[in-house]
Design a protein around this ligand. Sequence first.
Ligand code: KIV
Ligand code: ZN
Length: 511
Amino acid sequence: MYAINMEQNKKELNIPDEVKIFDTTLRDGEQAPGIALTVDEKIKIAQKLDELGVDTIEMGFPTVSAGERKAAKEMVRLDLDSELCGLARVVKKDIDAVIDSDLSYAHLFIGTSPLHRDYKLKKSKTEILNQSMEMVEYAKDHGLKVEFSAEDATRTELNYLIEFYRGVESAGADIINVPDTVGILVPSTTRTLIRTLRKKINAPISLHFHNDFGLAVSNSIIGIEEGANQSHCTINGIGERGGNTSLEELVVSLKIAYGINLSVDTTKLYDTSNFIGSITGIKMPPTKPIVGENAFAHESGIHVDGILKNSSTYEPIAPELVGHKRRIALGKHTGHAGIRSKLDEFNIKVTDKQFENIYSQVKILGDKGKCITDDDLKSIAITEISTSGKEYIKLLGLNVMTGQSVSATATVKISIEGEVMETSQIGVGPVDASILAVKSLVKDTVNINLDEYRLEAITGGTDALAETFVVISDDKGNKATGRATREDVILSSVVAVINSINRILDIQENS
Ligand code: KIV
Ligand code: ZN
């Protein structure tokens, strides 16, 4: 149940019976600065796109290099289900390169806007139209399927654009593609433009929208509402400048919001996005819709509570629909339900008191700006479980001074059964100095030996939590372990040692 019923809404729209997904990751996507793909990589990507189920793969621009032509030929040999297409300017050399690459589908283009005519091409409207019609005929005579783009269509005079498209259509173009080359459309201008063209053109209309204003997906959807039969898109929206229409966002919107039947298998979207991210080196931010790491992650107590009761409360679709996973994240907004569900997931059983201590540690770390990973939580919980018991010795203060060419000095303040004491010690490093200070403060209560000391950073980064594990023994041969997890290495070490001393004192008292 939605506030606006889509089936009702759709009656006022002109959505075609079939919408095709034309993927240009290997052409416009590869034109993104910083991306250069080898022939092998292009072939692997084409296979992935074919498995994903896109209708068409624009494999590249055959005229630009031998590698492009080799990639095209090898892709043709794979006999993919997706159609393969190659880009060409309206010149024989480019069209011949498409033919020589064994492709049977050419995407022809030429600039039509005053900017392109006057500055780039230095040709009149008539010259551009005549050349285009001639090259459509040439491509058709060579048996090619032809899709035609008026580059910079959205900054071309509307009358000329219509005349131009009608001309190339009459010359035999099978598909009319409308590029918003510099992404200046907004939803309302897209609606007017595509509605106007739809009335004047009989051939299927395709959209090629750039994302300079972040509107490529919205504009593509409006274009389809107005009867466009196809949209160009790229995986992760990669492409020139701000990129192109993002395939995963468009496909999910069309399928879920409009109920349009597309050939794309949505369950492969997350995997395909990651694959493209690694092969191109352009990783998606966590907030990227559909495929970002946060797309199905929940941290705030209210949301996690809702999600655990019914995931639809805070998710528009199930993550499985796009091959993603739900994730409960931990941080300062985490509530009891989130931490409980995580501990259950890790099969860690805690008492109510231990739970409250774990909960408050997560909050304290969250307030310090730390994101708590699953491993961090496990370690905090295990530390809590292994250290809860009687606290004979409490740490009240710790101060260290360290640097180059000076000895490290640590001042430690503790209380033993309520009696407060403080001392300073010098050591080879700050951890050594701190532990020597603890030892000297407790020596009248218990003499300890540090038998084992292990320090691990749980997560990467300078703000990682440090987990310390120690084994100590007293002079009666009693052994005890101690563990602590803190965001500070020295503090973590001192707390682990004090925890282990408390356990030794437990043993002594009970033996
Ligand atoms: O954005 C554009 O205009 C293009 C053309 C080659 C169609 O990518
Ligand atoms: Zn483009």
